[in-house]
Every structure is written in structure tokens, then in C-alpha cells.
Design a protein around this ligand. Sequence first.
Ligand SMILES: [Zn+2]
Length: 77
Amino acid sequence: MAPPQKQRYYIHGDQSESDAARYYCAECDVFFPESHFSETHRVKNYDRYDIAMRMLKTTKKNSNEYFRPEFAENLFS
Ligand SMILES: [Zn+2]
């Protein structure tokens, strides 16, 4: 029996697994082309990415329901 499918966890700037031309914007909660990330947001792109990476280390997001590949493609890494 196959293990249950874990849901991919995306942080700000992560490349979509289904569309390599799109990246996840955590502020808008939408996948956008790269050009979107030059628009003004409330939090600077790199800051938002950096905060999310810290959160990943301190929480158990890579556990039962969610996973994020260790070397996920990200615009800001
Ligand atoms: Zn956005």
C-alpha cells in the first residue's frame, strides 16, 4: 500500500511543481510569474522568505501532512 500523499508546503518564492514559470507569493497566496515579485508588497521579498525558512526549522511542517524538499527551487535562496 502506498504511503499517504503528503501535501507540498510552499514558502514565499518557491517554484510551483506543476508550472515551472510560476512562484508562490505568500502575501497574495497565489502563484505568479517572476515579474510579480518586483511589485511592492507589505513585507520585502527576501525578509518574507527568510522568516519562512526560520519557521520551517522551528516547526514540524516537514512532518505528517506537509513536506518541502530540502533543495526546493526558490527565487530568493
Ligand atoms: Zn504578491
